[in-house]
Design a protein around this ligand. Structure first.
Ligand code: SF4
Length: 235
């Protein structure tokens, strides 16, 4: 299919991008977590503005220090802050985590769990998750897609968002939050949860490894003929 036709058919273009990047990064991409949904939510909240290595270390330290999420909720906040010290802004994240756990207790009771999300549609589960302070579309999608729920939801991180703008899949003025709905609407209905997960992972990996924020490596990019931004850099 030619570029000019693809440029008018966002879904066709997204599928072509997906197939080419799958060939490069190897689909299906293995899931990197096997956490229950509440644990995935805590992990996601720790990861905001923090590198994966640091948020992973903080999550492990928190799990080692406290046997249950109820124990995290009830501990002195300084102890939570100490356990999650590797993340960015532990002094803000510690009370926020405890507030989330307290709120879930009020709403759902004990034992603390988000396993009930399995009984909701993806749309309802996302609405429910986004009632939690600090949970936006990226986190709600991550909880549903990355946790053991393995639902069909598309998180969009900053790499994914940048690559999608450069490829012309979304307008450049569209912020990360609203881009979730637009990019998800471009996915074929027939795609499985694994394919949706792959789509997020390969666009993120491409942003990290090739389409970097500074000096994108367009000369070795398999998407150059599809990419308006890359074409402008060539001139
Ligand atoms: S051609 Fe360049 S700008 Fe376009 S996706 Fe590839 S690396 Fe990014």
């Amino acid at each position: 299919m030619q570029f000019d036709l693809l440029s008018h058919l966002p879904q066709a273009k997204l599928i072509e991008v997906h197939q080419r990047l799958c060939a490069v990064y190897g689909c299906p991409i293995p899931y990197f977590h096997n956490l229950d949904p509440l644990s995935e939510l805590i992990s996601a909240l720790l990861s905001h503005r923090t590198r994966n290595a640091q948020s992973g270390q903080a999550y492990r330290q928190l799990r080692q220090a406290f046997a249950t999420w109820e124990a995290v909720r009830d501990a002195p906040t300084e102890q939570i802050q100490a356990a999650i010290a590797p993340v960015t802004w532990p002094e803000q994240k510690a009370p926020r985590l405890q507030a989330v756990l307290q709120r879930l207790t009020q709403e759902q009771g004990e034992p603390l769990s988000l396993d009930f999300l399995a009984d909701l549609s993806v749309a309802s589960a996302r609405v429910r998750l986004e009632t939690i302070p600090g949970v936006g579309p990226k986190t709600s999608a991550a909880v549903l897609a990355f946790s053991t729920l393995r639902r069909r939801a598309l998180p969009v991180d900053s790499h994914h968002h940048r690559v999608a703008i450069r490829l012309g899949l979304i307008p450049k003025q569209l912020a990360v939050g609203p881009s979730h709905q637009v990019l998800e609407a471009q996915l074929p209905d027939s795609w499985s949860a694994q394919q949706v997960y792959d789509n997020h992972e390969i666009l993120m990996l491409h942003g990290q490894r090739c389409c970097r924020y500074r000096q994108p490596q367009c000369d070795r990019c398999p998407l150059l003929d599809l990419c308006p931004y890359g074409q402008t850099l060539k001139i």
